[in-house]
Design a binder for this molecule. Structure first.
Ligand code: AKG
Ligand code: MN
Length: 207
């Protein structure tokens, strides 16, 4: 089994960190550090953060990680068995969405934001393969705040590829990556500061 770790703090060019059974590209400094600070403060203060509820081993669990689900009005979304009703886009989020759409060549109609207060909070192994998601679209993940380790694990051969997601970085996950790979935001005892992650997604409209 092959395990790879990317530590790309000083890389200016997009880097392909995974190229089999889907593709993942990593862009450092997608936002400059001073812009990241302002964006973090804006999102932290202006959004209606709420605890997430997930079904874990058949039980409803309330997470200490906070979430906000933002989307076009016709985009209800269910994950971990919980139906999410969308909040409306703010100007800042629309500007971020536009910049990311230009970088990826895909358009998005929804964004899941996660707030991790410290390294004690993370996200377990999963793939973003819910029925409502357009499986032909990429998912783009923007990181603001604390640097955290993110890992992919192949669903069949269990090989892993990990990357440190820096403040202001963009990770682009291209299909069919969700079909073949799980991913996780790993917990760590060494991070005491918060991080906000935004994943821009495309929900299929209901006909
Ligand atoms: O926080 C992250 O980097 C990952 C979040 C994630 O995988 C998700 O929201 O589905
Ligand atoms: Mn995910």
């Amino acid at each position: 089994m092959q395990n790879q770790l990317f530590d790309l703090l000083s890389t200016p060019e997009p880097i392909v960190i995974l190229a089999k059974d889907g593709q993942a590209e990593y862009l450092n400094n997608f936002y400059a550090v001073d812009e990241c600070h302002d964006l973090f403060q804006n999102l932290f203060c202006s959004l209606p953060w709420e605890s997430d509820q997930i079904i874990l081993f058949g039980k409803l669990v309330t997470t200490s990680r906070k979430v906000v689900w933002v989307a076009d009005p016709e985009c209800p979304y269910t994950y971990s068995g919980i139906q999410k009703t969308p909040h409306t886009w703010t100007n800042e989020l629309l500007q971020i969405k536009h910049k990311i759409e230009q970088a990826t060549g895909h358009s998005y109609n929804s964004c899941l934001l996660n707030l991790y207060h410290t390294g004690n909070e993370g996200m377990g192994w999963h793939s973003d393969n819910e029925r409502e998601l357009d499986s032909t679209s990429s998912i783009a993940s923007l990181s603001l705040g604390a640097r955290r380790k993110f890992a992919f694990r192949h669903k069949q051969d269990k090989r892993t590829t990990s990357v440190f997601l820096e403040n202001g970085s963009l990770l682009i996950m291209r299909p069919p990556i969700q079909e073949y790979w799980n991913h996780s935001l790993l917990k760590t005892k060494t991070v005491m500061s918060p991080r906000i992650n935004l994943t821009f997604r495309k929900i299929l409209s209901r006909i």
